[in-house]
Design a protein around this ligand. Structure first.
Ligand code: IVH
Length: 683
């Protein structure tokens, strides 16, 4: 078969498999078979740059940083919906619609109100041309590159019967599973958690790095088709047609007749929605007939033919006992409301977050107030209001503290930030304890047997003042601790001993350098190779490393500019911790690339970009960031940007794909099983 035809065939086939997997939830091939098709397509596309298509399934991985988003005016403004929390008001809406249309038998479509961020997609000739956020309703941001990474969104439509050009609107959501995974990762990395899937979805779709978006597991449900020459004269059938073109359209969508059916739809989904894999905050009722929609028209803000019924967030009223202020590992002060225990969606709540000083002020909360606690999509319950009518006369306003509750240092707040911070990093006990707990954690040094309580005992007895002191502990000191048996002491000593072989990249993570999470630590370690290079790196040097921006670079330089940290690192070194990456094995070095200048572009499946830089250097080559006449070849990964591709073609620079490169440097192509393992660790 002609390779260009094969490319087309593979694209169609892969699109169908993506649809089966991400929309229909019923894959018909194994991951391995799917990967084989993708690699075949990738290889053919590399050999045939003339067949480049920004909508090819190979373009879904997302990589290069986008500079920002262009603002685009919506073809049809994106209105919001009138909403209500009351079933009676939904019934009134039905009554209003019936009398305005002068008939009783108006078909209403009931559907879920997905709690994410709305998106408008434009398709021309069956191809996705643009994805725009709601913005202010008139204009939104062009987030096409990010949207392309959402596998359930068709880039190329299936079937036929779609209009030449149309718009489809829907909601980008982050399913609970992806949300929980993301927050778990953020917790490990000391990054602030997302309060709910809606914030996570809208934060993700506005990220400047499509490669990162691709890993966050977004999904999208569609609920509104606009344009001329739509397939049907009613909303329901249009949405069924859209499903046939490849969009994820919920099958909860139901045609209803009359108030009774509407009410039982509400009472069914009010509880049943909790079993859905995504967050929902209500239901939407729409008049089905497009002609009737047109007759009903719009108010200034919303259509008269639709209404949103919002589920009551689960809420309880209880008394505030007191507010405590807690100090985290990074010194941020979190106000916490301590409550009379109250039952809320099946669990007893005793504590709820008050977030920050501004929120305390807005709530105008006083001592002993009766407060409303809510647990919506949120993981941590929060205080959403105060019942002021129940307030005791003479009660005091709750004030945010001015000094650290643990060490008494005056708190500081960076301009533009909401959080107050205790600046006494090295002597404030909860900050030290937080860093020690982080140091011993499984993902860091993995030292068994040291929990919160042990850390607190060791600190109270003055035995441990920083992480390096842990390595001074010995058997007699440990067994002298309260409730400390021989066995636990031995376990800790063994854990400390074996932590000396923990790889350098995890040592870097364990140091609690602000903004250096697991991934950043790995990048730093692999690129700089040892602690001396890391300690002496300048900000200019650091920002040349992948994923390292100004903020992280300054944080690293700041950390190592402090004597306490340098001394601590020296002590850790003297106790035998691993302070460098292992040397490359001799056989992986060569001069096969001597004299060559190589540009790396795209994303890879067998090694990271940083590793390829190292491989190039280990084989005598030079890595360069931009294509010029001097470039010997481009090592091209999965989605080399079209601009680079064009430049390479104009200058006649050769493009080498990943398997070819690996053959060039002498190794065999990586075995199947290796590539599969790497794939797994990516997702
Ligand atoms: S219809 C003109 N249907 O809720 C009607 N909206 O306040 C356009 N939403 O901005 C919207 N699920 O982000 C519609 N099934 C659904 C929805 C839905 C969620 C969101 C959407 C919209 C907001 C309306």
């Amino acid at each position: 078969m002609n390779p260009l035809d094969r490319i087309e065939q593979l694209r169609r086939e892969i699109n169908q498999h993506n649809h089966n997997y991400y929309v229909l939830n019923s894959p018909t091939v194994s991951d391995r078979e799917f990967d084989a098709l993708m690699s075949e397509l990738q290889a053919l596309e590399n050999e045939h740059p003339e067949a480049f298509d920004p909508l090819s399934p190979t373009q879904r991985v997302g990589s290069d940083l986008t500079k920002g988003f262009t603002q685009v005016r919506h073809v049809y403004p994106m209105l919001s919906l009138g909403n209500t929390y009351s079933v009676d008001e939904v019934d009134e809406f039905i009554g209003r619609v019936q009398s305005a249309l002068g008939q009783k038998d108006v078909t209403i479509v009931g559907e879920m109100k997905y709690d994410g961020t709305s998106i408008s997609l434009i398709y021309e000739k069956g191809r996705l041309v643009r994805a725009v956020t709601r913005g202010d309703g008139e204009k939104g941001d062009d987030v096409t590159e990010n949207v392309k990474t959402i596998r359930s969104i068709p880039l190329q439509l299936q079937g036929d019967g779609y209009p030449e050009m149309f718009e489809i609107r829907g909601e980008i959501v982050m399913p609970w599973e992806a949300f929980d995974r993301l927050n778990r990762e953020r917790e490990i990395n000391g990054e602030p958690l997302f309060a709910n899937p809606r914030n996570a979805a809208s934060g993700t779709i506005k990220m400047l790095n499509p490669g990162e978006v691709a890993h966050r597991g977004l999904d999208a449900y569609f609920y509104y088709l606009l344009g001329e020459n739509l397939p049907a004269d009613n909303h329901f059938d249009n949405m069924q047609a859209a499903r046939g073109w490849g969009f994820k359209v919920s099958d909860i969508m139901t045609r209803l007749h009359g108030i009774e059916e509407v009410d039982s739809f509400i009472s069914f989904w009010d509880s049943e929605r909790k079993r859905l894999p995504v967050a929902t905050d209500g239901l939407v009722f729409k008049v089905n007939s497009l002609r009737q929609q047109l007759n009903l028209g719009y108010t200034a803000k919303s259509p008269r033919w639709a209404i949103a019924y919002k589920f009551q967030a689960e809420r309880a009223l209880t008394r505030l006992k007191f507010v405590s202020f807690e100090v985290g590992r990074t010194g941020v002060i979190t106000p916490v409301a301590n409550l009379e225990p109250v039952l809320l969606s099946g669990t007893i709540v005793k504590r709820a977050s008050l977030h920050n000083a501004d929120i305390i002020k807005t709530l105008d909360i006083h001592t002993d107030d009766m407060v409303y606690v809510e647990k919506g999509g949120e993981i941590i319950p929060k205080i959403t209001g105060v019942d002021k009518s129940a307030r005791e006369p003479g009660s005091d306003e709750i004030r945010f503290i001015s000094h650290c509750p643990a060490c008494g240092t005056e708190l500081v707040r960076e301009p533009g930030e909401a959080a107050w911070v205790c600046p006494n990093k090295y002597h404030c006990p909860p900050q030290i304890a937080g860093r020690i707990e982080h140091f011993v954690a499984r993902r860091a040094m993995n030292i068994d047997g040291i929990g919160e309580e042990t850390v607190s005992q060791l600190m109270q007895m003055g035995l441990v003042k920083d992480i390096a002191d842990l390595y001074e502990l010995n058997y007699s000191v440990l067994t002298s601790l309260d409730r400390f048996a021989e066995k636990s002491a031995q376990r800790i000593l063994a854990g400390l001993e074996s932590s000396k072989t923990v790889p350098f990249e995890r040592v870097v993570f364990a140091l609690s350098i602000p903004f250096v999470g697991e991934i950043v630590a790995r990048r730093l370690a692999r690129s700089l190779r040892n602690i001396d290079a890391l300690m002496s790196a300048t900000a200019e040097q650091l920002v040349t490393i992948e994923d390292i921006g100004d903020k992280i670079a300054e944080s690293v330089v700041g950390f190592f500019s402090e004597d306490v940290n340098r001394e601590m690192v020296e002590r850790l070194r003297s106790y035998g911790l691993t302070m460098s990456m292992p040397d490359e094995p001799e056989e992986s070095r060569s001069d096969r690339l001597a004299g060559m200048t190589i540009v790396i572009s795209g994303t890879f499946s067998h090694h990271s970009r940083d590793e390829y830089k190292e491989i190039i250097e280990a084989n005598g080559g030079k890595n360069s960031g931009s294509i010029s006449k001097k470039t010997s070849f481009i090592l091209a990964g999965e989605n080399m940007g079209p601009a680079k591709l064009e430049k390479a073609q104009t200058l006649g620079v050769r493009i080498v794909d990943e398997p070819e490169f690996l053959r060039m440097i002498g190794g065999d192509e990586p075995s199947e099983s290796k590539s599969e393992g790497e794939e797994l660790s990516l997702f």
